[in-house]
Ligand binder design. Structure first.
Ligand code: PD2
Ligand code: ZN
Length: 224
């Protein structure tokens, strides 16, 4: 147990110390200290955005959330997008993006979950929530067994909706407009590796047009 905590502490310290000098790559700018949030314009090219959308389109189905009582995902009125999980096997475009994410976060590629693509139609939203797992629930405990806690979330905006669909952080408070090619990185845990209650965030309803994003959740340990 002590070894686990020591390893985790070293990882989080490394991560925090690297932020200062590597996060600036690809134009990431800090836009909030608490919760800790970074934004970069043109992190993805138009071709990369289009590739991900077209790859996900045929396999979209209703998004789910973590069930409190089991390891299953469940449909929930608080998350009304469609989603598709993309494997990166043999896909050079996705691998390149994930390598760039590894460079800026200093979190190993293998700690990332699968890339999730989300599509929101008019009225679709993801009400404010936390991306970290709640270790007090059975569902949270079962997800923590593989790869440990989610330490960071990266949102990749694949198109620019006509109106609405901002990513919101009620505690910052901050609204981030979805713009094609943008990337938003935020930390779900504090510097001490504890779930950060300030990291509450959501996807506001789309008012006109549609919204496409991809998200990548990064764990404290190996997930892949
Ligand atoms: O679509 C979003 O903006 C959004 C906001 C908050 C997505 C997620 N969280 C998520 O997929 O976790
Ligand atoms: Zn989220």
């Amino acid at each position: 147990m002590l070894k686990f905590f020591l390893t985790f502490f070293i990882k989080v310290t490394l991560l925090a110390s690297h932020i200062e000098w590597d996060i600036g790559r690809y134009g990431f700018k800090k836009i909030s200290n608490s919760p800790e949030i970074y934004l970069a314009e043109n992190f993805l090219t138009d071709a990369e955005c289009n590739h991900i959308i077209e790859k996900a389109r045929p396999t979209l189905s209703r998004s789910t959330v973590v069930d409190r009582n089991s390891s299953k995902g469940v449909v929930d009125k608080n998350r009304t997008s469609l989603g598709s999980s993309l494997s990166d096997g043999g896909d050079q475009v996705i691998q390149n993006i994930r390598n760039r994410v590894e460079t800026i976060t200093m979190i190993p590629y293998r700690n990332g979950e699968g890339l999730q693509v989300l599509n929101y139609g008019v009225g679709a939203e993801y009400k404010p929530h936390y991306d970290y797992f709640d270790a007090k629930t059975e569902g949270g405990k079962s997800h923590l067994k593989r790869g440990g806690q989610r330490v960071a979330t990266i949102l990749l905006y694949l198109n620019t909706p006509e109106k609405g669909g901002e990513t919101i952080f009620p505690n910052a408070p901050l609204h981030v407009r979805p713009v094609k090619g943008r990337a938003l990185l935020f930390y779900d845990v504090t510097d001490q590796g504890k779930p950060d209650s300030k990291s509450l965030h959501g996807g506001a309803p789309v008012i006109a047009g549609e919204k496409w994003i991809a998200n990548l959740w990064l764990r404290e340990g190996e997930f892949h």
